[in-house]
Design a protein around this ligand. Structure first.
Ligand SMILES: [Fe+2]
Length: 355
């Protein structure tokens, strides 16, 4: 394993993922059961990132998991040869039902030191949110390691992570393989999650300019992708009793890299109709407390009708990332009643947020 595993919360399961440097067979033992990285019964080994799906209730109850790896010597058709099984056990702490401490990182653009220093200033956390543009682009396969290196330093494999894709993640040769290296729900980068008493919806705007923009050279097709998310939001609303109205849900948040209710200057002023519909559906039905965003590299709070409200914000929007050379700021949140939040910077500055 190149790093500690990252335990991503997706739907009602954890996707335990880790990049590896050698071809290996991979599985997780927890709660008296084994969960394998397999496809249709075949254990995967020709992959640089392993993924094992574990039901949340199993890992939450067990409080620890053991990563099992068996390096391939020769995967010949008959009597394949592998090395001895290596086992490493990690303690795991689910998000508590009250006062969860959450740190939000976005727009690290391949930086690791400054973002993790800023996270350390907020202190002990129960959940990490990685909200897009963590690698600078997907033109180099090694850029995906940035995600796992930050996750390792901040979580050590001991607490859950929510992952949301950014627009820079869609660029370069390996962008089309991002689903192999990051968490997703049946291949989709938009999904809901539930951790402790917090329910969340991850949305993905895709790129930030029209599909026809010359910067993309015909390599993106985001309009239909956004339309599918409109249908997805409607399905979430239809299924509200299993989602944001489920028993025990006390906090609701939206996680989206791009603050889609803010209309920027051309050529970034796209999809006003779709984004207005998303905002209205969310505002009228889900009624979240916060929408967490990055993308524009600023620390700001926009209440309904505020500076960044162009299309009808469903709730307060926090722009929770700033990035400069060797400098990063993120957002710490405590899901107390009422919610408390502060911006934390790698130079030690902490700014309380008036919500
Ligand atoms: Fe971005």
């Amino acid at each position: 394993m190149k790093t500690a595993p990252a335990v991503f919360a997706v739907g009602k399961e954890y996707q335990i993922m880790v990049p590896v440097s050698e071809n290996s067979l991979f599985w997780i033992e927890t709660g008296g059961e084994s969960f394998y990285d397999e496809q249709n019964g075949i254990m995967r080994s020709i992959c640089s990132t392993h993924r094992v799906k574990v039901p949340m209730e199993v890992l939450d109850k067990a409080g620890e998991y053991t990563v099992c790896e068996r390096e391939i010597i020769d995967r010949k058709p008959y009597f394949p040869e592998t090395k001895e099984t290596k086992r490493t056990t990690f303690k795991f702490k689910p998000v508590p039902q009250k006062n969860a401490r959450v740190y939000h990182i976005a727009d690290t653009h391949n930086q690791i030191v400054a973002p993790t220093v800023a996270a350390g200033i907020f202190g002990k956390i129960d959940l990490l949110i990685m909200n897009g543009d963590i690698p600078d682009h997907s033109g180099d396969i090694s850029n995906y390691d940035t995600i796992y290196k930050i996750a390792d330093i901040v979580t050590g494999g001991h607490i859950p992570i929510v992952f949301s894709r950014g627009n820079h993640d869609m660029r370069g040769y390996y962008a089309e393989l991002i689903a192999e290296h990051t968490p997703n729900y049946n291949g989709n980068t938009y999904y809901s999650f539930r951790v402790g008493n917090v329910w969340g919806l991850v949305l993905d705007c895709g790129e930030d300019k029209d599909d026809s923009h010359s910067e993309y050279g015909f390599t993106v097709s985001c309009h239909k992708f956004r339309e599918r998310q409109t249908d997805f939001i409607k399905r979430i609303i239809e299924n509200k009793k299993e989602e944001y109205k489920a028993k025990g849900v006390e906090h609701r948040i939206i996680v989206c890299h791009n603050p889609f209710t803010y209309v920027m200057k051309p050529p970034f002023d796209i999809e006003k109709e779709i984004y207005s519909e998303w905002a209205k559906l969310i505002k009228d039905n889900i009624k979240p407390e916060l929408m967490l965003c990055g993308h524009i590299h600023r620390l700001a709070v926009s209440k309904i009708g505020g500076e960044f409200d162009s299309l009808g914000q469903p709730c307060t929007v926090i722009l929770g990332s700033d990035v400069k050379e060797n400098f990063h700021s993120g957002l710490g949140i405590v899901f107390s009643d009422p919610i408390e939040a502060e911006f934390c910077s790698s130079d030690g500055t902490v700014t309380q947020i008036d919500l």
